[in-house]
Ligand binder design. Structure first.
Ligand SMILES: NC(=O)c1ccc[n+]([C@@H]2O[C@H](COP(=O)([O-])OP(=O)(O)OC[C@H]3O[C@@H](n4cnc5c(N)ncnc54)[C@H](OP(=O)(O)O)[C@@H]3O)[C@@H](O)[C@H]2O)c1
Length: 330
């Protein structure tokens, strides 16, 4: 696993990239193309987050039909309603089923109930630095929500995606993946639980999952491509487990002011943060499986020694076994 000192150094170099965020919109706008009418499903589309901003950008700039999913149907409906109130012309709707990623049963029901085509899946939902907890099926929460729920969802939607128009799966990872992953202790049973380590490992899992998915789909002659990315450091609700309630309340009450303050500290706005995943969902990346931290540049730098075929394969096999335990056949 990467040492904390090296991780901080890696993050500092990424912050330099982050500070150029103001130029992002122009750079990506040049990429906006007539992607044609495509259907995209976005997980974790709650207002204020990257999923919501991605929904808006894909619908507004690329004309996608966007399905916004949240943990409950009420939340999905609220997300779609909020977006449509400000942009009534967008082709956006709420998912009809709840998508609670900490329950593989709910995930499976969601995938089975999916009707119609699907061209792109953005695995965006996530939690960060939460105290130790477990999912309905007893998996460590970061691993279960950030990785396993998306693994089960993606695999069950693959038959639909394979019939899609230039189909893509975009997994929203993080530079926190540089903290590394122990594929022999995905559930934190052999080591003392560490909340940042658990977040980092789940984000490394997003990258390894993408690598495996890209390789497997390509080998099977499938058109599905997979990409992962780090959105930058963005002022969203992700910090809910590390910020005091009072600060979160302040942020809720003054979203605009909070985005302005965040920018002063080199944080991206949600709109800028959503740029990379939006572009990957609409246009794809260079090579199948690539990980991005910035516009049009697959990341090949330090911090990813754990990104090996054997780790990707071990994670895949363990995830398949966890799904099969609850009757999900991969
Ligand atoms: N913000 C950053 O600086 C940053 C940096 C690197 C990577 N990322 C990644 O970006 C992605 C989006 O995060 P964000 O910054 O937009 O955070 P956010 O505002 O907290 O949004 C996270 C979304 O995930 C949903 N979610 C959480 N637990 C879930 C569960 N068990 N089942 C289904 N949905 C669940 C949340 O739903 P509720 O609203 O119901 O809780 C929310 O819609 C995450 O994968 C995160 O790791 C963010």
């Amino acid at each position: 696993m990467m040492s904390r000192r090296k991780y901080v150094a890696a993050l500092a170099s990424l912050a330099a990239v982050n500070l150029s965020a103001g130029d992002l919109s122009a750079a990506y706008a040049a990429q906006a193309s007539s992607a044609g009418k495509k259907v995209v499903l976005i997980t974790g589309a709650s207002p204020g987050g990257l999923g919501y901003a991605t929904a808006e950008a894909l619908a507004a700039e690329y004309g996608f039909e966007v399905v916004m999913s949240c943990r409950t149907v009420e939340k999905s409906a609220e997300a779609a309603r909020t977006l449509l109130e400000s942009r009534p012309a967008l082709n956006v709707r709420a998912a009809e089923m709840p998508l609670e990623l900490s329950d593989l049963g709910t995930v499976s029901a969601f995938a089975k109930a999916w009707k119609g085509p699907l061209d792109c899946l953005v695995c965006n939902a996530g939690i960060m630095a939460a105290p130790y907890g477990t999912t309905k099926q007893n998996h460590e929460m970061h691993y279960g929500v950030n990785h396993l729920g998306h693994f089960a969802l993606t695999n069950q939607l693959l038959p639909v995606l394979r019939n899609g128009n230039e189909p893509k799966v975009v997994s929203v990872s993080s530079a926190a993946s540089f903290l590394g992953i122990d594929v022999d202790d995905l559930e934190w049973q052999k080591r003392k639980y560490e909340k940042w380590g658990a977040y980092g490992a789940s984000k490394a899992a997003n990258v390894l999952f993408t690598d495996s998915l890209a390789t497997r789909e390509q080998a099977a002659g499938s058109p599905v491509k997979a990409f992962s990315c780090h959105p930058g450091v963005v002022n969203t609700n992700l910090a809910r487990y590390i910020l005091p309630d009072s600060m979160q309340e302040k942020k809720r009450q003054d979203e605009v002011g909070s985005q302005r303050t965040g920018k002063l500290f080199g944080m991206r706005t949600v709109e800028d943060g959503a740029r990379c995943q939006t572009d990957l969902a609409a246009n794809g990346g260079n090579a199948n499986g690539d990980f991005y931290i910035d516009f049009n540049k697959p990341y090949r730098g330090a911090g990813m020694k754990w990104r090996t075929d054997s780790n990707a394969d071990k994670l895949w096999q363990t995830s398949v076994a966890s799904c099969e335990e609850v009757g999900i056949k991969i």
